[in-house]
Design a protein around this ligand. Structure first.
Ligand code: G6P
Length: 356
């Protein structure tokens, strides 16, 4: 029907719109030749506190990790908790990540921060939204409107905008080397997302695992929020049980639930120490006979311990996190589609929740 451009669901259309959404997000902001990021926001914070809900909270966790990598102490808080149980603000810049700009919990966390006299920034998709109007600064993610209740392209655009924001701060702090490498990765990101979309085998994998009693997702560092988001997407639209974990935490409890019927999706990119550690965690589930799906660029050879691979192009961790997430979006979509779920309007959920 109208507006879906031939796709069965808005969600699938929006997943496929991601290359364009990311190009729009980066337009005019990344000057690879000059080695600079230019954003129309004026921030060079001492420390950062993120507040957000749902998928946007996962983007906030990702953003906090990037700020810490830029040398800025940063933490992500669930907005509902921040609003009612606020931490000390310590001159932090408080960043509300909210696609709609209207989520009541996030607005209330931002108001709490403002009432204590700190600066606020809204990272949002919606021009003129309440968050955009009430915050001191606004960083638009520019992904275009999203109809599907499950956030897809807006999450990728949040990751991308926060990536650029963290780079602009690194730039202020003269960490030029970090900035140049990351800039070229950002420029390649839309094309790499397109490659994932063109070549993904997620549909066949979804077919294999549809109806599993539980799905686990693991990742480390920037891939931890991707694991959380992979699980959330699957829950929201397929109604299957799914959990995301920091890879290292698996052995501290969740491993008790792992059986030969629990597919484990492990995000492992690059060949550095984080990949090696996550491979150790993959072995823990493999030895319990869990089917393992590695989301990987192949550099770590994790596929030796995996039953299946969802491949992504080689990229530094921060952009690999966007690419891996696209594969997991497709898995969630195809599992839900096989089950005949109302993908664009899952039961009990709303696109924007305007009550606390
Ligand atoms: C709702 C939606 C989620 C979304 C969350 C935060 O719960 O169903 O998909 O992530 O709100 O929305 P926001 O507009 O603040 O990003």
């Amino acid at each position: 029907d109208t507006g879906k451009s031939g796709y069965d669901h808005f969600m699938l259309k929006e997943i496929h719109e991601q290359p364009r959404a990311l190009r729009q997000c980066l337009q005019g902001r990344v000057d690879e030749m000059g080695g600079r990021v230019t954003l129309d926001v004026d921030v060079d914070p001492e420390r950062v506190q993120f507040v957000a809900c749902g998928t946007s909270y996962h983007a906030a966790l990702y953003g906090a990790e990037l700020f810490r990598q830029a040398g800025v102490p940063a933490q992500a808080f669930l907005a509902s908790e921040y609003a009612t149980s606020p931490p000390p603000v310590d001159d932090a810049l408080v960043i509300g990540v909210t696609q709609s700009g209207e989520t009541a919990d996030t607005l209330s966390a931002l108001r709490e921060a403002r009432s204590r006299g700190v600066r606020t920034l809204a990272c949002t998709n919606t021009v003129g939204s309440t968050a955009a109007r009430e915050c001191d600064e606004v960083l638009y993610i520019r992904s275009g409107p999203e109809i599907g209740v499950a956030a897809t392209k807006t999450f990728a655009a949040q990751q991308t905008a926060l990536n650029a924001l963290a780079l602009s701060v690194a730039q202020e702090r003269r960490r030029a080397g970090d900035v140049r490498d990351s800039l070229s990765a950002l420029r390649e990101l839309p094309g790499d997302v397109q490659a994932v979309l063109d070549e993904s085998n997620a549909e066949a994998l979804a077919e294999e695992f549809v109806g599993a009693p539980s799905y686990f997702f693991i990742g480390r560092g920037v891939h931890f929020p991707v694991a959380l988001e992979g699980a959330l997407k699957l829950k929201e639209i397929s109604y299957g049980h799914a959990e995301g974990f920091a890879s290292g935490e698996l052995k501290h409890g969740p491993l008790a639930l792992v059986t030969d019927e629990t597919p484990v999706f492990a995000v492992v990119t690059g060949d550095g120490p984080l990949a090696t550690k996550t491979i150790g965690n993959v072995k823990e589930v493999e030895s319990r006979d869990a089917p393992v799906v590695a989301v990987t660029d192949g550099r770590s050879k994790v596929e030796r311990y995996a039953d299946h691979v969802l491949e992504i192009p080689e990229a530094p961790p921060r952009t690999a996190a966007v690419l891996a997430n696209v594969q997991l979006q497709l898995v969630a979509y195809h599992v839900a589609d096989r089950l005949g779920r109302p993908i664009d309007k899952p039961r009990n959920l709303a696109k924007s929740v305007t009550v606390e």
